[in-house]
Every structure is written in structure tokens, then in C-alpha cells.
Design a protein around this ligand. Sequence first.
Ligand SMILES: [Zn+2]
Length: 65
Amino acid sequence: MYFCETMKKHKKTKIKSLCKLSKKEVEANLDEVALLVTNPKHICVKCARVAKKGSNLCEPKGISN
Ligand SMILES: [Zn+2]
């Protein structure tokens, strides 16, 4: 995971599933992605992505930390 501060055009995009994002989409929506993955409570057992809400993952499994 890395965070870089790039000056991109701010597109307003509603991310539904983190699993379906390509690397470019992640980069383009970094602020929103960062919000969704802060303090993750779920992990996707297929993609190994994490999210606060299980609804943002295709196969969410609750995690405890
Ligand atoms: Zn997934």
C-alpha cells in the first residue's frame, strides 16, 4: 500500500466494489479508496483487499484487530 500525492482531476466517483478496481482506478480515486480502507473490518477472501464495509468487497469476511 502506498499513498502518493498526485495532482489529478477530481472525478466524483462512487466506488461500489474495491475488488473490481483496476490499479488506474485506484489511483484516480485514491482519496475515496483511502477512506474505504481505513480501519478495515472486512477482508476479501478472493482478492485479499480490505474495507471498512463488507459491501465494498466481493467475498467479505470479518476480521478482528
Ligand atoms: Zn474480492
